[in-house]
Design a binder for this molecule. Structure first.
Ligand code: ADP
Ligand code: MG
Length: 300
């Protein structure tokens, strides 16, 4: 087993950041932790990375207890968190060489590891540039190269694309996908963005420190149980009450939008409009998205 988390609870004083959290990872996989700000993603990644000791529960990485065998765990994980770890006044290559020696590598091994990591992250051409002169996206790639030098079995990434523009974010995710192809590395990556979460093989949805759902993006979307009709009405609360009285279908109102789940949504649309004469501002249907999954999981 690469990673086993059992009943992990973490509190900061009165605040429970993680509650009885459990997850298992036993193969090369990209697991996404998806949740809004404050849902406990960073806390979980801090504990997995041994930066913070488990207070309650158990964390095992490659068979080592993360609370007890910190050094053994650190040898097996690579970490990219939101903070910069590179010296901005050194070049990419100098940073990687320094970091590799810190891990105890030297000579030909060190040179080879640095070259391989730079190649896999597409930063070879930038190796002589000072880190401070790189674009945000390139800096993140260089960070990822650094995290791979000691050939970890598990990569922990905490919102690694925070602060990047959409193009750089896309680029970074492509690099993650390629890494997954080229290396035998499992990845746990957190995000609060639904479109990023779509790129993961397995997703764990977090809300207020509680795991509310788990599965592949497709599996999760299938649990919504139909298509989703989104309806905006002049008086949303009144419209919802009317619809609930007429239709026995799952529906909810959030952010001023009524969402109704139905298997034959296109047939339902005219009936919804007729039930709300003069009230409908707009109406449309879509296949379930991760946002729908999240709304639904959190409501339960
Ligand atoms: P996320 O990364 O999903 O935004 P966090 O793990 O950072 O979530 O935070 C989870 C909860 O724990 C939040 O309510 C947050 O305010 C609280 N929290 C996080 N770090 C600390 C800390 N160092 N001290 C006190 N409270 C914290
Ligand atoms: Mg965070």
């Amino acid at each position: 087993m690469l990673l086993a988390v059992e009943g992990l609870t973490h509190r900061y004083g009165e605040v429970t950041a993680l509650s009885q959290f459990t997850m298992h990872l036993n193969r090369r996989d990209i697991v996404g932790l998806l949740g809004p700000n404050g849902s406990g993603k960073s806390t979980l990644l801090r504990v997995l990375s041994t930066a913070v000791k488990p207070q309650e529960g158990r964390v095992e990485i490659c068979g080592f207890d993360a609370g007890k065998h910190v050094a053994a765990v650190r040898e097996r994980i690579g970490v990219v968190f939101q903070t910069q770890t590179m010296d901005k006044l050194l070049s990419v290559e100098e940073n990687l060489l320094a970091c590799g020696s810190f891990y105890g590598m030297s000579g030909r091994t060190l040179a080879e590891r640095v070259r391989t990591a730079m190649g896999q992250l597409g930063v070879v051409e930038k190796r002589g540039e000072l880190v401070r002169n790189l674009s945000g996206g390139m800096q993140r790639r260089a960070e990822l190269a650094r995290a791979l030098l000691h050939e970890p079995q598990l990569l922990l990434l905490d919102e690694p694309t925070a602060g990047l523009d959409p193009v750089a974010r896309n680029d970074f995710w492509r690099a993650i996908g390629e890494l997954r192809e080229k290396r035998n590395t499992a990845i746990v990556v957190s995000t609060h963005l639904f479109d990023e979460a779509e790129r993961c093989e397995t997703l764990i949805l977090l809300e207020k420190g509680v795991r509310v759902a788990e599965g592949s993006p497709e599996e999760l979307k299938a649990t919504v149980g139909g298509e989703v009709v989104e309806l905006r009405a002049r008086r949303p609360e009144a419209a919802l009450a009317t619809l609930q009285a007429v239709f026995e279908l799952p529906m909810e109102l959030s952010d001023g939008v009524i969402r109704v789940v139905a298997s034959q949504a296109h047939q339902l649309i005219p009936r919804l409009v007729e039930a709300l004469p003069g009230e409908v501002v707009s109406i449309g249907l879509h296949q379930p998205t991760l946002a729908d999954v999240f709304h639904r999981a959190v409501r339960r």
